[in-house]
Structures are given as C-alpha cells and as structure tokens.
Design a protein around this ligand. Structure first.
Ligand SMILES: NC(=O)c1ccc[n+]([C@@H]2O[C@H](COP(=O)([O-])OP(=O)(O)OC[C@H]3O[C@@H](n4cnc5c(N)ncnc54)[C@H](OP(=O)(O)O)[C@@H]3O)[C@@H](O)[C@H]2O)c1
Length: 247
C-alpha cells in the first residue's frame, strides 16, 4: 500500500481496544507492521489482538494513558524508536456548560490533552521517535463546527489540534510529520453512550453523503498518513466527515 513496507515499521496506537483504534490495529497488522496497542480494558485489547493478522508482532498494554507512570513505561518497552504513533485514546462528555463539574473539566483535559502531551514529551526526550516518523492525532470535526452540549469536549480537541500544529513545526527539521484528523460522527461506542438513538437518527440529516462514518473510513486515512505516500504532508488538519462541515 502506498509503496510502503510496513513490516519495517513499529507503530504505537493508543485506544486500540475498540472503535477507530481497533480497526487501525487490524489494518496495520494486515500490512505487517509491528504494533504496540494500548487501552485500559485488557480483555478488549486481547479481542483486538485476536482480530489482527498473525503475521504482525503485537504487544498489548492494558494501561490508563493518564497514569503518571505511563509515558515512562512506553519508553521502557521500546527496543527501537517508533516509526508511527496514533494518538487516538479519548473520552467524551456531553453537558451544558452550566452543569459541568470541576472534576469533569480536569478529567477530560487529562485524557484528551495532557496524556498526549506528556507521552510525546517523554518519547522525544528519550529519542524514541525515528527520523521521518509519522504522528497522527485524532481530534474532532467539532473543533471547527460547534454542536450543542459539546463545549468541554470541543475545547479539549481544539487544544489537541493546536498542540499538534506547533509540534509539526518543531519536528519538521527531523523529518517527523505530525497531522491531525477531524472526524465527524463515526459509528463506534463512544457517542452511543452519551446520545439517545433518536438524537443520533436526527443528526443523520446533517450528513450530505447520507451515512455516518465507519472506523474503516478513518483507519484508511490513518494508514495513508503513516505511509510514505504522505511524506509531504505535515501540520495538516484533515476533515473526514462525510460533508458534515459543509452542510
Ligand atoms: N466516534 C466518533 O464519532 C468520533 C468523532 C470524532 C473524534 N473521535 C475520537 O476518536 C477517538 C477514538 O474514539 P472511538 O470513536 O473509536 O471510540 P471508542 O470505541 O470508545 O474508543 C475509545 C478508545 O479510547 C480508549 N481510552 C479512553 N480513555 C482511556 C484512558 N484513560 N486510557 C487508555 N485508553 C483510553 C478506550 O479504551 P478502554 O475502553 O479500554 O479504556 C478505547 O479504546 C477518540 O479520541 C474520540 O474522541 C470520535
């Protein structure tokens, strides 16, 4: 795919126990990449591993990315620098601003923003990112198109997108590329937990292509950004939203 031999690439995926992260792991395993998969739920991570191709060496780590020791643990298990990083673990909180608690604000920023900054910092300090590696952050279309009840979530993803832009500039001299995806509604568990079926159905009319996204739609793009086919793309914020943002 895209003239790239993934068998020589070691790729870290956070949030690989379900949804977009799981599908990305499956696709990269078929391409033969060596994978390090992170998520809190070890059973679900094992399910992901079972769905992956056997030709791909896989390490699974049942960890919370917000744990203080997590960045160091990742650094310690790496025998060679990473060729690709998919910063995908994330959580959502839907509530009007007036109803948010301090704890909600702290915990959402912790998982969606702070954990990613500290992980990148640790990998860079210990020189665990290969020259010409590719880093993909999963942000959200909600950073450019607001939706009611999502102010806190949007703020975290906006912060993540901004961080990624600056990091792209900082790492460009090393040939390390950093890009951000802005997905629209993707059919995973994350939103089913916070939106009713009726709300979801009503929302579909905002999608010009007539359907919500599937994890595969996003993983295709992630694989492209991890491949050499995208080696002149950095600092981009790429919308993948079935036309939602132009509606
Ligand atoms: N689905 C959408 O419509 C949509 C739209 C735009 C952006 N996104 C973003 O896409 C990313 C993936 O979400 P998804 O839709 O694939 O939902 P998902 O199936 O719920 O996946 C979320 C993943 O993040 C992991 N995770 C959450 N908190 C974690 C923590 N503290 N430590 C370690 N892992 C953690 C979960 O693992 P455990 O369950 O094992 O903890 C899970 O693997 C998220 O960043 C989300 O914000 C999703």
């Amino acid at each position: 795919m895209f003239d790239t031999d993934f068998r020589n690439k070691t790729i870290l995926i956070t949030g690989a126990s379900s949804g977009i992260g799981r599908q990305t792991a499956i696709d990269l395993s078929i391409l033969g990449a060596k994978l390090i998969l992170v998520g809190r739920d070890l059973l679900k991570l094992k399910e992901t591993q079972n769905l992956c191709s056997l030709q791909s060496p896989i390490i699974i780590m049942g960890r919370d990315v917000t744990d203080e020791s997590f960045p160091e643990e990742i650094v310690n298990i790496l025998t060679s620098p990473l060729n690709g990083i998919v910063l995908n673990a994330g959580a959502v909180k839907v509530a009007p601003v007036a109803f948010l608690k301090r704890q909600d604000v702290d915990s959402l920023f912790e998982v969606n923003v702070k954990s990613n900054i500290l992980l990148m910092q640790s990998l860079l300090r210990k020189k665990k990112i290969q020259k010409e590696a590719s880093v993909v952050f999963i942000s959200s279309i909600s950073t450019v198109k607001a939706t009611v009840g999502n102010a806190l979530y949007n703020a975290t993803k906006g912060a993540l997108s901004s961080f990624a832009q600056s990091l792209a500039l900082e790492l460009a001299p090393k040939g390390i590329r950093v890009n951000t995806l802005l997905p629209g509604y993707i059919d995973t568990n994350i939103l089913g937990r916070v939106r009713s079926e009726e709300e979801v159905e009503k929302h579909l009319s905002n999608y010009p292509l007539g359907r919500f996204g599937q994890p595969k739609d996003v993983s295709n793009l992630i694989c492209f950004l991890l491949s050499d086919g995208s080696k002149w793309i950095t600092g981009s914020q790429i919308k993948i939203d079935g036309g939602f943002s132009i509606h």
